[in-house]
Design a protein around this ligand. Structure first.
Ligand SMILES: [Zn+2]
Length: 260
């Protein structure tokens, strides 16, 4: 049996946290497939349903290595309440966004190549392709107060302020943060941001004339192409893609937990 890092009886008895963390772990591995990997940087968190804080992926692991047991529970001041392993330095980015956005239950931070390059420009992300239409209502703001990593609560608060009601924020010359009410929405926010940034960079580099659809058409399109059933459909698609790559259903195949 794999060694469990958790000591708290509540966790072992509460299948719902373990079940969600299993999905959050899969989201890390899916995001690796979709261009979010950057060595051992990047992390997602899940709001503890008992109000204790948040479950944050532990440090020193690549996105593709994360399993459901690789999370630590921290409170909103960063104190580790459960679990072992390194606490990522950028924990305040997660905690401050969750404090500012009560409806958000999953926060992600990563350094996807195209989004990070796009974030270093002064261009606004436009609805040139349908992936960008995901952000039709609030756009994707850019945090420019610093390019440093987000290691303090005031910096986390500042990122949350720039994010506002949006699904994602570009961290200029650093990376991105993305959020959702659940793991499905947060993962799609991260994936669509990277696809949209890649498309807009290609458009700009093409030298060809281009124009986005109108704001009204973009909002209209958002309702048509991203209803709940479409979100479910895409989430399941990315899970099948992960399963196909890992060679079987379930988590941890890449890391070989069962053999350890
Ligand atoms: Zn970072």
């Amino acid at each position: 049996m794999p060694h469990s890092p958790y000591s708290d009886a509540l966790h072992r008895q509460d299948g719902s946290i373990a079940t969600v963390l299993h999905d959050v772990a899969r989201a890390h591995r899916i995001l690796e497939l979709e261009g979010h990997g950057d060595m051992s940087m990047g992390h997602l968190s899940y709001r503890d349903p008992h109000g204790r804080g948040l479950w944050l992926k532990q440090g020193n692991l690549g996105l593709e290595e994360v399993t459901g047991e690789d999370f630590i529970l921290i409170d909103f001041d960063g104190n580790v309440l459960e679990g072992q392993g390194l606490r990522h330095l950028e924990w305040p980015l997660h905690s401050e966004i969750m404090l500012a956005r009560p409806e958000v239950n999953v926060v992600g931070h990563s350094h996807p190549f195209h989004s990070t390059i796009f974030g270093a420009t002064d261009a606004e992300l436009g609805p040139y392709v349908n992936h960008a239409v995901w952000f039709a209502h609030h756009g994707v703001p850019r945090f420019t107060e610093t390019s440093h990593i987000i290691t303090t609560q005031p910096l986390g608060t500042a990122v949350a302020r720039t994010l506002g009601p949006a699904e994602a924020v570009l961290l200029a010359n650093h990376g991105v943060a993305f959020v959702g009410r659940n793991v499905k929405e947060a993962t799609l926010s991260g994936i669509f941001l990277e696809k949209a940034a890649k498309a807009q960079l290609a458009l700009a580099a093409s030298g060809l004339g281009h124009a986005p659809p109108s704001a009204a058409e973009t909002i209209e399109k958002h309702e048509v192409i991203y209803p709940e059933r479409a979100k479910d459909n895409y989430w399941m698609y990315f899970n099948r893609k992960l399963d196909a790559l890992e060679g079987r259903a379930g988590s941890g195949a890449l890391r070989g937990y069962e053999g350890a």
